[in-house]
Design a protein around this ligand. Sequence first.
Ligand SMILES: [Ca+2]
Ligand SMILES: [Ca+2]
Length: 632
Amino acid sequence: MHAFTLLLTALFLTCSLHAAAPPPNFVIIFIDDMGYGDIGPFGATKQKTPNLDRMASEGMKLTSFYAAPVCSVSRAQIMTGCYGARISVPGVFPPASRAGLNPAEHTIAERLKEQGYATMCVGKWHLGDQPDFLPTRQGFDHYFGIPYSNDMQRKSLPDGANVVPLVRDDKVQELLTEEGQSRIIERYTDEAIQFIRSSKDKPFFLYLPHTAVHTPIHPGAAFSGKSNNGRFGDWVEEVDWSTGRLLDTLNELKLAQNTFVLFTSDNGPWLIKGSDGGSAGPLRGGKGSTWEGGVRVPTVAWWPGKIAPGTVCDTVAGTIDVLPTLIALAGGSVPSDPVIDGRDMSALLLRQSKTSPRDAHYYFAGYNLQAIRQGPWKLAVATQPESMGKAASDDTKVNPRLYNLDQEIGEKTNLASQHPEIVAKLQALVIAKAAEIGSPTPSARRPAGDATDPKTLYPSAPQASRAQNKPSKKQPTAPISLEQLKPGDEIAADAAPKIADTPFTLSCDVETSQKDAILIAHGGAAVGYALYLKGGHVVFAIRTGNKDGLREITASVPLQGHSHLAASFATDLTMTLKINDQSVATGEAAAAINRQPQEDFCVGHDNQKPLLDYPDHEAFEGKIGNIKVTFP
Ligand SMILES: [Ca+2]
Ligand SMILES: [Ca+2]
């Protein structure tokens, strides 16, 4: 009898312990522009990442884990479980953009808050900087960080310093100069650890999207000059140190067994940045592309006691699966409405399954669905630029192309002719998904957030992106000033100059010794315009249709020294190119540009879907400035 009572008591205790087992904590460490080959567990040797090596040896490497080609869309995906195309986040939001992640979308933080979690975002938000778009309006109890890319500096008023804001909750706490950014990893890490300590008695969700390792590169003093891979390697090593401090804190607080930590990146390496850009390892392409190097990211999952140590998962999964996974691990479920694209991947993490939670993975560049992966097979259905600022190479202009990623991770050999049945099956999936959320008439796309009268978070000098955000398309205010843009910059499509159905003049100052280069590009395969260099001569291009719609005029004299370019497109379709106020070319476009380009306005490169087949060229070197788009 006594023994029986003991047994009952033991059973009761076991049950109540189970019932009382707290839901797990979640930490997402999301690095900016870190390539597939940039950390030790994924083959990096120049920079040392002992903490990430340890994290991988204690946890699981996810080797077929997908983000998106660029920043804002990638953040939208991890926060909402949706492809960016579904929720109208195709590219990158500049400061004071009218558009942001729609507050009506449900973020991980909002879903977890419903389940009683404490939530905090520390780092680069980049889903809109207007009041309604900030993390504190999207389910985060608190926020601390630079709310967009660290290269999106604006001149503050009245002192004119080139700065980015450091925001606490919804207020600017400081303005950071370039030097001021060198403590950003340390400050984020301290803030993250303080949040973990103060939340240790309740379930918590820490979202830590680092500002690193996006250019400009600003390693802390303790790391500067320490790696064998320049300042880029230094900053990776500082990210590693930060990650180690978080894991150590979880161990110290005895939270490790109940905390799921995911380390990953928002997109591939920014290859045109040279030694300031990372490495995609064995993968083809980089940031801005839908080649594996643009979107397959180095990912490590860690949860001692739950995720088996030293394991590798090569099953297809991605950032869109994070939301449903965390909600499921927390004991909740995601409503079927509104539709999301991600699926619960916890069975992969817990090694209860090797099957992808999704039928297929779709590779979008903006709204353009360029490829699909199912199992080992990747079918590309569009010409893919190698990376932001680099044109597509000739072997990719044949569509569709089929690659077997298990046999050849580097995407070289087109197997389409050998496997017509696989091509047909994947093509059907692509057509269906494009009709649903791709271009041009999606059946199930939801709108972005739209802020009227957007302002920068701090008083700043009049700036391109604000002027471009005038709501009227028909009567743009002249002149639109893009003067602060420099090579490598771009403005997101929806904030770019509105040029549909209007004459305009694109002008800029240029100085370069290159013979073949992209100067300014705004458009893609459908409509747009560009200025580029071919054999030392400036070319002005207008595209008004994907077949026979490209017209180009080439300057009669080569570009020499510092020059002022002015390219005009008139109502009667006349194209005029002037260098230093001398007319050097005229011609006629095939038609009017009857709609706004869907692509970003790019300086020194042409990201995502390029306007045309540019001549072979290197990344732009030189000066492009004083850019204006004006309307008569
Ligand atoms: Ca990025
Ligand atoms: Ca919301």
